[in-house]
Design a protein around this ligand. Sequence first.
Ligand SMILES: C[S@@+](CC[C@H](N)C(=O)[O-])C[C@H]1O[C@@H](n2cnc3c(N)ncnc32)[C@H](O)[C@@H]1O
Length: 321
Amino acid sequence: MAVKDQVITDNYAIYNDDCIEVMENLPKDKIHFSIYSPPFGGLYHYSSNDRDLSNCQDYEEFFEHYGYVVEELNRVTMPGRITAVHCTDVPSGNSGKDYLIDFPGDIIRLHEKCGFHFIARHTIWKEPLWVRNRTMTHNLSHKTIVDDAVYGGVASADYLLIFRKHGENKVPVAHPTGLSHYAGECPLPEEVLKYKDWGGKQTENRYSHQIWRRYASSVWDDINQFRVLPFADCKEEDDEKHVHPLQLDIIDRAITLRSNVGETVLTPFMGVGSESYVAVGLGRKAVGIELKTSYYRQAVKNMENAPEYTKPGTTQGDLFE
Ligand SMILES: C[S@@+](CC[C@H](N)C(=O)[O-])C[C@H]1O[C@@H](n2cnc3c(N)ncnc32)[C@H](O)[C@@H]1O
């Protein structure tokens, strides 16, 4: 397969090209888990390449294009295994009088059509003032509710949608000594720390039980929003919008929970490499694909450091503090 560029090591393969073309060359039923953020239905525009999903003419064309991605993801995934999609509600514009498009709902319906069951939704809380300052969303301000609250917006949550491919899972994703690290910003209670890696009866494993209660929550309000990979260096002068890397805590939770050590994690929209980076750091193998060369180059640099990924809640502090 001819791609613009690639790096292949024992632990990962990353490609600079169109994810649909690269996935067409991957074998059927071999990927154990996938996780990614697609371009948000045209909300951000990453490049003028006509294969860039953020560069579609309209929302319908985006879904036609994205449909090929989900079909390929279904083909390459092992029966009974999981794909996780990070997304949000998409605003119709930023005039101050806008409405929201149910992007997560459309993603769910597409996956159901392509051979997946929708099995879970995690809602990732966002602090309104922080979102306002970052996005300059006009309807998200105290002034809006002072002037006319019918136009008042919200700091939309992010979602991690979890889908399982039809068919029976032949290799269980087991955690025989429970979950042994917590990715998030609210430390576990002191009294459960002694149960970490508990080898006895798992009904007694209070450490893992605490983590499970947080990870199985429909609302994740304990994600560190600032623990992300470096990305500022890959900004190009004519970039209209810039990539926002996915928070490492979200990726860590999903990969830890839903895949076994040594298995392969696929990311079709790799950006600067966050998902592949965490996958390798957690002892999985990664396959990542990114169309935009400046992001791909940043991913190449980030992947070189992947073995040093520090699991949060272990001994060291956060990676980029
Ligand atoms: C939301 S960003 C992903 C960011 C990533 N999660 C990270 O943490 O860096 C979506 C990415 O999809 C890429 N992209 C868009 N169309 C693509 C295509 N056809 N094939 C591969 N990548 C594509 C964009 O360039 C952008 O980097």
